[in-house]
Design a protein around this ligand. Structure first.
Ligand SMILES: NC(=O)C1=CN([C@@H]2O[C@H](COP(=O)(O)OP(=O)(O)OC[C@H]3O[C@@H](n4cnc5c(N)ncnc54)[C@H](O)[C@@H]3O)[C@@H](O)[C@H]2O)C=CC1
Ligand SMILES: O=C(CO)COP(=O)(O)O
Length: 347
């Protein structure tokens, strides 16, 4: 409904001011999503040329070739200026870099600003989820932090193809503010109080997508893919429940939804990188050939550490760690998983 169609006693909600830290594919796309939802958006990026292109030409050719950005998206290399006075600050840098990007901004965050993690990783040095890193680095109470996670491949959303997502926060007010900042005719947010579950789904599905990519790179077909996805969801659920997540989150958009999108799409960096490994590249070659941020490469280790510390079995994640980081030959991955002792499906 446009402002002039509102009844006279219902004033239009004030336009939100938002910032996005990170001018890569998801940061730029989410900025466009928020602008299409009616926000004024400032993107912060490290690269001057990229910021100038976003602000002046309404494009980010390095990350979103051919996409025209809404004019309400601007950009700066001054992170303090970007976040000052913002109602919502969304963070979309590689997970392992988030703490160092955010800590210097602690004093620039306003007393009512809400921070949003768009990241799908787990910090290596601490095994912390990204919403925990965001809260710690910015000195915010957990209820001022939200997580956005779901089947959200950046390129499709930048083309304004319809999708849905999950906005998780321990505070319903925070989740609803973020939903208001990003809801549009093609982007439908659902709120969820289960931050732990939503966030783990986003991080671990990248590891499962690596495993699916590896199997496809080895020439294996749909039965293998379905097996890895289904058993992958079982291990995501097991870890989530051990950390207190809600069982209903896992078959939802952030769980099964994102697993399906990431494990099926050639746009997924994790899926693509897994394919390179399956076809015989070394990890360094695969990282270089893929480009962009494939979070599962690092987060598989922190996820496994987290699982081990809780006594949770995650055989697919463990196998991915062994192939990527411990020298297990890629053709040994399937035999390793299939040689495990037989058991009941629900055990
Ligand atoms: N691309 C996608 O479809 C989606 C990505 N995500 C998540 O969003 C996060 C960001 O991913 P993308 O935007 O896709 O990655 P990207 O690789 O497209 O962009 C990363 C951005 O971070 C910047 N960056 C790298 N190191 C930095 C540092 N030390 N300090 C500051 N900036 C730095 C890069 O210059 C680049 O602008 C990841 O956690 C990813 O899992 C979540 C949903 C969808
Ligand atoms: O998270 C994503 C889709 O929801 C993007 O996946 P990749 O990081 O593997 O490209």
């Amino acid at each position: 409904m446009t402002a002039d169609l509102l009844p006279p006693d219902e004033p239009a909600a004030p336009r939100l001011r938002t910032a996005v830290l990170g001018a890569g594919s998801w940061g730029t796309t989410f900025a466009a999503v928020m602008a299409d939802a009616g926000c004024d958006v400032t993107v912060w990026g490290r690269d001057e040329k990229t910021c100038r292109q976003i602000a002046e030409d309404h494009r980010n050719e390095a990350y979103l070739p051919g996409i025209e950005l809404p004019p309400r998206v601007t950009a700066t290399t001054d992170a303090h200026a970007a976040v000052r006075g913002a109602d919502v600050v969304a963070v979309a840098v590689p997970s392992q870099r988030a703490r160092s990007v955010l800590e210097p901004l602690r004093d620039a965050i306003g007393p009512r600003t809400v921070a949003v993690s768009l990241m799908k990783g787990v910090e290596l040095s601490t095994d912390r989820r990204m919403s925990e890193v965001v809260a710690e680095a910015l000195g915010l109470a957990p209820e001022r932090v939200a997580v956005v996670s779901g089947p959200n491949l950046a390129r499709e959303i930048a083309q304004r193809q319809p999708t849905a997502t999950v906005i998780a926060s321990t505070s319903d007010d925070t989740a609803r503010l973020v939903a208001r900042a990003c809801a549009s005719s093609y982007f439908r947010p659902y709120t969820n109080p289960d931050v732990v579950g939503v966030e783990l789904c986003g991080a671990v599905k990248n590891v499962i997508a690596l495993a699916v990519g590896i199997s496809q790179g080895r020439g294996l077909g749909f039965n293998t893919m379905a097996t890895v996805i289904t058993r992958g969801l079982v291990e995501i659920t097991r870890l989530g429940l051990a950390l207190g997540a809600d069982a209903e989150t896992f078959p939802g958009l952030a769980g099964m939804g994102d697993l399906m999108a990431t494990c099926a799409s050639p746009d997924s960096r994790n899926h693509t990188l897994g394919g390179h490994i399956g076809r015989g590249m070394t990890l360094d070659e695969a990282v270089a050939a893929t480009g962009g941020t494939a979070e599962g490469v690092k987060s598989c280790r922190s996820v496994l550490e987290l699982a081990t510390s809780l006594g949770v079995e995650m055989p697919i994640t463990h196998a991915v760690v062994r192939v990527l980081h411990e020298g297990l030959p890629v053709d040994q991955l399937a035999p390793l998983l299939l040689a495990r002792p037989h058991k009941a499906e629900g055990a």
